[in-house]
Write a protein that binds this ligand. Structure first.
Ligand SMILES: NC(=O)c1ccc[n+]([C@@H]2O[C@H](COP(=O)([O-])OP(=O)(O)OC[C@H]3O[C@@H](n4cnc5c(N)ncnc54)[C@H](OP(=O)(O)O)[C@@H]3O)[C@@H](O)[C@H]2O)c1
Length: 247
């Protein structure tokens, strides 16, 4: 797909991978809509930075795990720019909680922010998305089989559901809309700054390519899936080899 002048919504794009994705689509001439739930100032600043570089970007606050907010977000995008051509479901959040301490509230929150956000935005987008459009979801290495991590079980289960949703939706929306996902490994976003050196090193020791992935690299994976007219139903693992296993 030619990305120039296409309307691209990247959810959860005030920082991290989503912000890099906004930059990547804007560089290709897309009309980019950035979004976040809480940090409005960071989202507006990200849109401003794209505009300063000559790109087209807007920012709209919405909690994409909330049905009313999702409707409001898409209605406003359609009013300003027309229907969304490319939806990048990037918003997500990890929270650690040992299983025996985990509460129903924790599980609901993890499922809402990681899975329901993807489901609600995909359904709303698909209702008006022009033929040839694309939906790109964000999974994680934690969503595959036994790669789920102890203490991060609700997040892992949500991402596993994102994988199934992606492949099943790809069947349901073919041949009109393509649906794919990226499953990142360890990406050097801001949380990495808070990780103690011994733990960082132990993660690196388990990554065959011995590198953390950059947000910009995941952004390029999103762009690839947006452009590739022959790819649907794929979960693109971008993990520097982590899921190959080690030793
Ligand atoms: N970083 C990694 O190593 C890694 C690995 C595998 C998968 N992933 C996945 O990649 C995606 C992005 O991760 P990241 O590391 O870039 O995260 P991040 O730096 O924490 O950024 C998350 C973004 O999502 C927004 N957000 C959170 N909840 C939202 C909601 N309910 N509605 C709208 N926006 C919301 C945040 O803004 P506000 O807080 O202001 O709302 C922020 O802009 C996530 O789906 C994550 O699970 C990341």
């Amino acid at each position: 797909m030619v990305l120039r002048d296409k309307v691209v919504l990247v959810t959860g794009s005030s920082r991290g991978i989503g912000r890099a994705a906004g930059d990547a689509f804007a560089t290709r001439g897309s009309i980019v809509v950035l979004n976040s739930r809480a940090d409005v100032a960071a989202g507006e600043q990200a849109a401003h930075a794209i505009a300063e570089r000559g790109g087209t970007a807007d920012y709209l606050q919405a909690d994409v795990s909330d049905q009313d907010d999702v409707n409001r977000l898409f209605d406003e995008i359609e009013r300003r720019y027309g229907p969304v051509d490319i939806l990048v479901n990037n918003a997500g959040r990890t929270e650690s909680m040992p299983i025996l301490e985990s509460t129903a509230e924790h599980w609901r929150h993890m499922l809402n922010v990681n899975l329901m956000s993807t489901v609600l935005c995909s359904i709303r987008a698909a209702r008006t998305m022009p033929a040839g459009g694309a939906i790109i979801n964000t999974s994680s290495i934690r969503g595959f089989d036994a790669n789920g991590r102890e203490g991060v079980m609700a997040y892992s289960a949500a991402k596993a559901a994102v994988n199934n949703f992606t492949r099943t939706l790809a069947k349901e929306l073919a041949p009109t809309i393509r649906v794919n996902a990226v499953a990142p490994g360890f990406v050097a976003t801001s949380y990495m700054d808070r990780v103690e050196e011994p733990l960082r090193q132990s993660w690196l020791d388990n990554i065959p390519l011995r590198e953390f992935i950059t947000p910009e690299q995941i952004a390029e994976a999103y762009v690839y899936l947006a452009e590739a007219p022959y790819v649907t139903g794929t979960i693109l693992t971008a993990d520097a080899g982590f899921t190959l296993g080690h030793g």
